[in-house]
Design a protein around this ligand. Structure first.
Ligand SMILES: Nc1ncnc2c1ncn2[C@@H]1O[C@H](COP(=O)(O)OP(=O)(O)OP(=O)(O)O)[C@@H](O)[C@H]1O
Ligand SMILES: [Mg+2]
Length: 506
C-alpha cells in the first residue's frame, strides 16, 4: 500500500541527548496512527521532523515519491503536512476566515486598488468550516470563541491548505468530554476523505476509540507497531513503560476525622469579574480536596482569586484559623500558599532558565523581602534542591543545567511541580497537575500528593479528569457556572454523580 509518508531510521541528537535513535514510522491514507510513549520518549521530536522544525541528524523521509534527509517548513507545507500543536497557533485578533488565509489573503482589484476579497474569503472559509461542523460566522473574531472551537479553526486551516497529513500533538488535553467526542467525529470525517492523522496522546482510552495503528517509543527507541484492533488498553502500558506502575498502591490515607484541624478555609469568595461566586470550603489535615466540573465552570478562576492572581470583590481566607489577606501572588507565596497553574506556557516557567534556576525561583522569591529576586543566591544549595526535585519526580533530563524549554512537555510540567514542592508551603493548589503527564508519572505524582497530605499540608486538586479526582481525592467539590453545585465524599462519589452536579439540569 502506498504510504502518505515514510520515515526511515530517524535519529535526532541534541547536545547531551539522543532524543531519537533509528526510529521508523509510516502513515497510510485514511488512518489514525497513534504515537505512544512516556514523557520524553521522543514523540514530539519525531513529528517536528515532519513539520520542518527539527532537522534530523540521520534518516530518510519519503513523501510524494521523493526522498528527503530533512524538510524545511516550506517543504512541509508543500507536501501538504499540517501540525496542530497543543499550544494552538491561531491569532486571537483576527477573524476565523483571516486565520484560515493568513499569509495568503485573496485579493481583488477595485478601481486599480488591491483589496482583500472578503466576500470570496469568507465564502471559502465557510465551506471548510461546514466540512467539520464549526457553526460560527467566518467573520467572528477568534478571541471570542472557545478553545475547542479554536482547535477546529486550526483543523479548518489545515483543510484550506489542502493538508493530506494532519499531526495532532495531545489535542484533547484541554477539551471536555463532549468536545473530545466532537473532535473524534471530525477526525472520522477527515479519515473518510483519505487524510492520514498522526495522533499523540497520554489518554490510553482514546487510542482504542480513535486509533487504527499504534507505534510505541521508549527512551528515543522504537518498540513496536501494532493494529489497535488486536490490543487491549492494558497491553499498551507494559510496551511503553517496561516497568511496574505503582498506581494502585497509593500511600495509605490517614483517617480524616470530622474534628481534624482545618488547615485552610475560604469563605464567600467572589471574583470581581464574577467568574467565581460565593465560594466557601475548607480543607482539613490529611485531606486532598478535589475540584471537578466542566472546563470553563470557574474552578481555575476561583483558584486564581484565592492565590491573588486576579482581584476578588469579597471573601475571607483563613490559614490554620487565622485570617490572611492575599494582595497578590507574592503575598500568597509568602504566607504559605503554592499554586501550580494550568497554563504552563503562559505562566509556568522562564524561557531562558535552566532547571536549577527555575526550581529555585519560588524559594528565592519566598526568602526575598521586596518581591523581586533579591534573596541571597547560593548556587550550590539551589542545585541541590533542584537535583532533589528531579529525583523525586523522576524528571527526564540530561542534568539540572539543561534548559527547561528543551525538555519534553511532560517533563517541563514536572519541573514546574518541582519548584512548588521545593518551597515550604502549607497549602498546595494543583490546577490540572497531570496534563501531558504519562501514566507512570501520574501515579508517582498522586503518591507525592498523598504523602504531603499525610504530612499535614492542605492539598487542592483541580482536574477535569474524573478518574483522577476519584482516585486521589477525599472529597470532591463540583463547580457549575461559577458556583459550587455539589460536594461529594470519596465513598459516595462516582463519575455519574460528578457529571450530574456539573451539568445544568433545566
Ligand atoms: N531542543 C531540544 N534541545 C535539547 N533536548 C531536546 C530538545 N527537544 C527535545 N529534547 C529532548 O528530547 C527528548 C524527547 O523529547 P520529546 O519532546 O520528543 O518527548 P515526548 O515524547 O514528546 O514527551 P512528552 O510526552 O513529555 O511530550 C527529551 O529528553 C527532551 O529533553
Ligand atoms: Mg511531547
Amino acid at each position: 500500500m502506498e504510504y502518505l509518508v515514510e520515515m526511515k531510521n530517524m535519529t535526532m541528537k541534541f547536545p547531551g541527548v539522543v532524543a531519537l535513535n533509528k526510529v521508523s514510522f509510516n502513515l497510510r491514507p485514511g488512518e489514525v496512527h497513534v504515537l505512544l510513549g512516556e514523557n520524553g520518549a521522543g514523540k514530539s521530536t519525531l513529528v517536528k521532523m515532519l513539520s520542518g522544525i527539527n532537522k534530523p541528524t540521520e534518516g530518510e523521509i519519503v513523501i510524494g515519491g521523493k526522498t528527503y534527509s530533512s524538510l524545511t517548513p516550506k517543504e512541509s507545507a508543500e507536501n501538504k503536512i499540517a501540525i496542530i500543536y497543543q499550544e494552538l497557533s491561531v491569532v486571537d485578533e483576527l477573524t476565523i476566515a483571516e486565520n484560515l488565509y493568513v499569509g495568503k489573503l485573496p485579493y481583488k482589484k477595485l478601481a486599480g486598488l488591491k483589496l482583500v476579497d472578503y466576500k470570496y474569503m469568507n465564502g471559502e472559509a465557510k465551506k471548510y468550516m461546514d466540512e467539520i461542523g464549526l457553526k460560527k460566522s467566518p467573520s467572528t473574531l477568534v478571541q471570542d470563541i472557545s478553545i475547542s472551537e479554536k482547535q477546529q479553526v486550526e483543523i479548518a486551516k489545515a483543510l484550506a491548505a489542502k493538508a493530506r497529513i494532519i499531526i495532532m500533538d495531545e489535542p484533547t488535553s484541554s477539551l471536555s468530554i463532549e468536545e473530545t467526542e466532537e473532535l473524534f467525529r471530525i477526525i472520522r470525517r477527515l479519515k473518510e476523505n483519505g487524510i492520514g492523522i498522526i495522533y499523540i496522546s497520554h489518554k490510553l482510552k482514546e487510542i482504542k476509540e480513535i486509533g487504527d495503528r499504534v507505534t510505541v517509543l521508549k527512551d528515543g527507541g522504537y518498540v513496536d507497531t501494532k493494529d489497535v484492533e488486536d490490543l487491549e488498553v492494558e497491553d499498551l502500558i507494559p510496551m511503553m513503560v517496561g516497568r511496574k506502575i505503582t498506581g494502585d498502591h497509593l500511600g495509605d490515607r490517614e483517617q480524616i476525622e470530622k474534628d481534624n484541624e482545618v488547615i485552610f478555609k475560604v469563605e464567600n469568595l467572589t471574583r470581581r469579574d464574577k467568574t467565581a461566586r460565593n465560594i466557601s470550603f475548607e480543607v482539613r489535615k490529611g485531606e486532598i480536596l478535589g475540584f471537578g466540573g466542566l472546563i470553563g465552570a470557574g474552578r481555575s478562576e476561583c483558584m486564581e482569586g484565592i492565590f491573588g492572581a486576579k482581584p476578588i470583590s469579597s471573601g475571607k481566607i483563613y490559614l490554620r484559623g487565622r485570617e490572611i489577606k492575599i494582595k497578590n501572588t507574592y503575598s500568597a507565596l509568602k504566607q504559605g500558599i503554592a499554586m501550580v497553574t494550568e497554563n504552563r506556557r503562559e505562566t509556568g516557567f522562564f524561557q531562558n532558565f535552566n532547571i536549577w534556576k527555575e526550581t529555585s525561583v519560588t524559594t528565592n522569591l519566598k526568602k526575598s523581602k521586596a518581591g523581586g529576586l533579591t534573596g541571597l543566591l547560593n548556587e550550590k544549595a539551589e542545585r541541590e534542591i533542584a537535583e532533589e526535585e528531579v529525583r523525586t519526580l523522576n524528571t527526564k533530563c540530561s542534568g539540572v543545567d539543561q534548559m527547561t524549554v528543551n525538555l519534553s512537555g511532560g517533563n517541563q510540567q514536572k519541573v514546574i511541580i518541582g519548584k512548588w514542592l521545593a518551597v515550604d508551603s502549607d497549602v498546595f493548589i494543583f490546577d490540572e497537575p497531570t496534563k501531558g503527564i504519562d501514566v507512570g508519572a501520574k501515579a508517582e505524582i498522586y503518591n507525592i500528593m498523598r504523602e504531603m497530605a499525610n504530612a499535614g499540608k492542605a492539598i487542592i486538586v483541580v482536574s477535569s479528569e474524573m478518574p483522577e479526582l476519584l482516585k486521589t481525592c477525599d472529597r470532591i467539590i463540583v463547580f457549575r457556572n461559577g458556583e459550587i453545585s455539589g460536594i461529594l465524599n470519596s465513598e459516595e462519589a462516582t463519575e455519574e454523580k460528578i457529571m450530574f452536579a456539573a451539568v445544568a439540569v433545566d
